[in-house]
Design a binder for this molecule. Structure first.
Ligand SMILES: Nc1ncnc2c1ncn2[C@@H]1O[C@H](COP(=O)(O)OP(=O)(O)OP(=O)(O)O)[C@@H](O)[C@H]1O
Length: 185
């Protein structure tokens, strides 16, 4: 059975604005925000805390099992998956990948405000400058129009991005309804 609602991945380097976008998208689209950071922590999808990186070492297989078994992500749809990586998600689960991008000086300020270590800060800045997540998204989701790159430098850009994604969701649903009607004929 095809999904009645789409699944969207919102990805990007830490600090780029994923949470800020997802919170607004939840109310404008009616989709459910699933933060992988929260699920990893709450459902124990990890192999412990890494002191050096100040983050959990994620058990990706367990995380995918939880998304499938507890949330029915691939079959019911209707989720916004918020994660700083996208290559763990099977292509068949996902309808759109949004890669948020930001200027490195702005990212520096945002991560500095979080008191990231110099090493972690530099690694994330390098990742943003090298477009690591954009490449990952394009390789993992090669289908036409699957990956959208959006700027998240200024606060007022968030609203425009949210509007654009919300319009995409409406169109996706309309197209499915037309298809269902055609199949019913
Ligand atoms: N487009 C933007 N313009 C100005 N400030 C922004 C923008 N997007 C996010 N911020 C600010 O940057 C900080 C980080 O944003 P946010 O938590 O949404 O990032 P994130 O990508 O979800 O990070 P993480 O991956 O660590 O969860 C917040 O203080 C937020 O207010």
């Amino acid at each position: 059975m095809p999904r009645k609602q789409p699944n969207i991945v919102v990805t990007g380097t830490p600090g780029v604005g994923k949470t800020s976008h997802c919170e607004l998208l939840t109310s404008s689209t009616g989709l459910t925000h699933l933060s992988m950071n929260t699920i990893v922590k709450e459902k124990g999808c990890h192999e412990g805390w890494d002191e050096e990186y100040q983050s959990y070492t994620v058990d990706e297989d367990k995380l995918l099992d939880v998304l499938e078994d507890s949330y029915d992500v691939p079959t019911t749809g209707g989720y916004i998956l918020d994660w700083h990586a996208c290559d763990i998600f099977p292509e068949s689960w996902i309808d759109l990948v949004v890669v948020l991008r930001t200027d490195s000086t702005k990212l520096y300020d945002r991560l500095k405000a979080r008191k990231y270590s110099e090493r972690k800060l530099q690694e994330n800045l390098d990742s943003e400058i090298m477009e690591v997540l954009l490449q990952e998204a394009r390789e993992g989701f090669p289908g036409e129009g699957m990956v959208v790159e959006l700027r998240s430098d200024e606060a007022d850009e968030i609203e425009g991005n949210v509007q654009r994604i919300t319009e995409w969701v409406s169109k996706w649903k309309e197209d499915r309804e037309v298809q269902d009607d055609d199949d019913g004929d």
